[in-house]
Write a protein that binds this ligand. Structure first.
Ligand code: BES
Ligand code: ZN
Ligand code: ZN
Length: 477
C-alpha cells in the first residue's frame, strides 16, 4: 500500500465528526444517513457504501471535534483501514477532517499512520494467510504549499511503521526460531544495508570482556549468547552520541526460580526491548537522521540445565561489582548490567536509555497503558517523555529517592538481584548502578510491549512500543 498526494482513487474515505453537517459531494446522502441515525460520526464508527457505480464512499467517525486528538484520529483511520481491507478495491482517496484544535501536520500524520497500522498481521506460520488488502494506492489531496511537507511526512511515517512492524515480527516469532544468533543475523541484514555498522560477539569475546553477569544468565542454555553492537554515525562531525540498550532474553523460563506455566506462556517476548532498539535503529538510519546513535543488545536465553546459575550464586559483573542471586528469574537486570556498563564505558554516549520487559511489578502498577520509567536525570526524563507524547506512547515516571536506592544493597555481595518490595523501581535502580554518571532513563515495557488482546490499532501480541518514542527522541536529540 503506497500513500501518495493527489486527487485520485476509486473510493473516497471521509472522516466525519459528530458535529459534521454536510460533506461536499455527498450532501443529501450524508444528511439522510444522519437523520436515520445510521451514521452519527461517533469515534471509530464506520459506514461503507461501495455498491453505487459512481459514488463509492466510506465514512469514518472521529467523535466530537473538541475531543479529537492525534490518538483518536489514528484509531479512526485504523478502523477505516481495516474496513477497506474487506473491499476489493485498488485505490482510494482519504479526505482529511478539518479541526481547529490540531495542526495540518498532526491530522495528516495520525491519519496515514492509523491507516498504515491496519496493514499489519503476523501470519508467517499460518497455512491460510490473513486477507491482505487489495488497495495499492491511497491518495490524499493537499494544496500546493503543503505538498512538500506532506511528502516528507508520508516518507517518514512509512519508514517508521516498517520498523515498528520489524520489531513486532521479531517479538512475535517464537524462541525456537528467534535465537540469539538469529536475532543478531536479522540485525545485521536489516541494518548494514542502511548504513549501520553491526558488530556481533560470541561467547569467547563475551568471556574475554569479563561480562560475568550476562554469562551467568546464559549458562543454562544450549544456544550461544550474542552481544550485538549497532553504530550509526549520522553526524560524523560531532562527538555527541545517544545510546540505546535493549533487554534481549529470547526466552525467560525463570531458571531455577521457575515461572508458573501461565506466566511462561508468552516469555518469548522477553526480548521486546532488543527488538525495539533494532527497529528504532533501522528507522533512524533509513530516515537519514543527522545524529549519532549506538544500540547494544546482550542476547541469550534464561533456561534450566545442569550448568544453569542458581539462587545463592554470587557473580561478578563486568564493572567489578558483585551480585548475589536471590532469584534466577530476575535475569534481565543482570544481562542489562553488563550491557549498560559496556555501553557507557566503551562507547562514551552523552545519554543512555534502556528498554526492557523487566518486571511483572510494572504491569501490576501501570497495566498495559503506560510504560514505567526511572531516571537519574530529570532533563533527560523530560526529553524522553516529550518523545513519548509525540508518539502517543505514554511514559510514567516512578520515584528515585535515596531511600529506594537502599533496596538493592547486598549483604554477602555488593548488590542483590531482587528487592523486598517496589519491584519495578528496585529493578530500575539496580540498573542505575551500572551507568556511572551518564544521564540515563530506564523504560520498563513489560506491560506495553505485548498484549493478550488487541487494543485500538495495537494488535494482539507484540505492539512495537516504544520504537516510535526512540525514533522521536533521536530526532530531537
Ligand atoms: N521477564 C520478566 C518480567 C515480565 C513479566 C515481562 C511479565 C513481561 C510480562 C522478568 O525477567 C521477571 O521475571 N521479573 C521478575 C522479577 C522478580 C523475580 C524480582 C518478576 O517481575 O516477577
Ligand atoms: Zn525473569
Ligand atoms: Zn525476563
Amino acid at each position: 500500500m503506497d500513500i501518495r498526494t493527489g486527487n485520485d482513487g476509486e473510493v473516497r474515505v471521509y472522516f466525519a465528526a459528530k458535529e459534521t453537517e454536510t460533506i461536499a459531494g455527498l450532501e443529501e446522502t450524508f444528511r439522510d444517513l444522519k437523520v436515520r441515525e445510521v451514521f452519527e460520526g461517533s469515534q471509530g464508527q464506520i459506514f461503507s457504501n461501495i455498491m453505487g457505480p459512481d459514488s463509492k464512499f466510506l465514512l469514518a467517525g472521529i467523535g466530537e471535534k473538541q475531543k479529537a486528538s492525534t490518538e483518536s484520529l489514528r484509531r479512526s483511520a485504523y478502523a477505516a483501514g481495516k474496513e477497506v481491507m474487506k473491499l476489493k478495491e485498488k485505490s482510494l482517496q482519504l479526505i482529511l477532517p478539518e479541526l481547529e484544535s490540531l495542526s495540518f501536520a498532526e491530522i495528516f500524520r495520525s491519519i496515514i499512520e492509523g491507516f498504515l497500522y491496519s496493514e499489519y498481521s503476523f501470519d508467517k506460520y499460518l497455512k491460510e494467510k490473513k486477507t491482505k488488502p487489495t488497495v495499492e494506492n491511497v491518495y490524499i489531496d493537499v494544496t500546493k504549499d503543503l505538498e512538500n511537507e506532506a511528502r516528507q511526512m508520508i516518507d517518514e511515517t512509512t519508514i517508521l511503521l516498517d520498523s515498528v512492524f520489524l520489531a513486532r515480527d521479531l517479538v512475535n516469532d517464537p524462541s525456537m526460531a528467534m535465537t540469539p544468533a538469529a536475532l543478531s543475523e536479522v540485525a545485521r541484514s536489516r541494518l548494514e544495508k542502511v548504513g549501520v555498522k553491526v558488530t556481533i560477539w560470541g561467547r569467547d569475546k563475551i568471556e574475554e570482556m569479563g561480562m560475568g553477569a550476562f554469562l551467568a544468565v546464559t549458562q543454562g542454555s544450549d544456544q550461544e549468547p550474542r552481544f550485538i553492537i549497532m553504530e550509526y554515525h549520522g553526524d560524523p562531525g560531532s562527538a555527541r552520541k545517544l545510546a540505546m540498550v535493549g533487554k534481549g532474553i529470547m526466552f525467560d523460563s525463570g531458571g531455577y526460580s521457575l515461572k508458573p506455566p501461565k506466566s511462561m506462556e508468552t516469555m518469548f517476548d522477553d526480548m521486546a526491548g532488543a527488538a525495539s532498539v533494532i527497529g528504532a535503529m533501522e528507522a533512524i538510519a533509513k530516515s537519514g537522521l543527522k545524529k549519532n546513535v549506538v544500540a547494544v543488545v546482550a542476547a541469550c536465553e534464561n533456561l534450566i540445565s545442569g550448568s544453569a546459575y542458581k539462587p545463592g550464586d554470587i557473580i561478578k559483573s563486568m564493572s567489578g561489582k558483585t551480585i548475589e542471586i536471590f532469584s534466577t528469574d530476575a535475569e534481565g537486570r543482570l544481562t542489562l548490567a553488563d550491557a549498560l556498563y559496556y555501553t557507557v564505558r566503551e562507547l562514551n554516549p552523552d545519554k543512555v536509555i534502556d528498554v526492557a520487559t523487566l518486571t511483572g511489578a510494572c504491569v501490576v502498577a501501570l497495566g498495559h497503558y503506560a510504560t514505567g520509567a526511572v531516571t537519574n536525570n530529570q532533563d533527560f526524563m523530560q526529553e524522553v517523555k516529550a518523545a513519548g507524547d509525540l508518539a502517543d506512547e505514554l511514559i510514567w515516571e516512578l520515584p528515585n529517592t535515596p531511600d529506594y536506592r537502599e533496596l538493592n544493597k547486598g549483604y554477602f555481595a555488593d548488590l542483590r538481584n531482587t528487592t523486598e518490595n517496589a519491584g519495578a523501581i528496585g529493578a530500575g535502580l539496580f540498573l542505575s548502578e551500572f551507568v556511572e554518571d551518564t544521564p540515563w532513563v530506564h523504560l520498563d515495557i513489560a506491560g506495553t510491549a505485548y498484549l493478550s488482546s488487541e487494543k485500538g490499532y495495537l494488535p494482539k501480541g507484540a505492539t512495537g512500543i516504544p520504537v516510535k518514542t526512540l525514533y522521536y527522541l533521536t530526532k530531537r536529540f
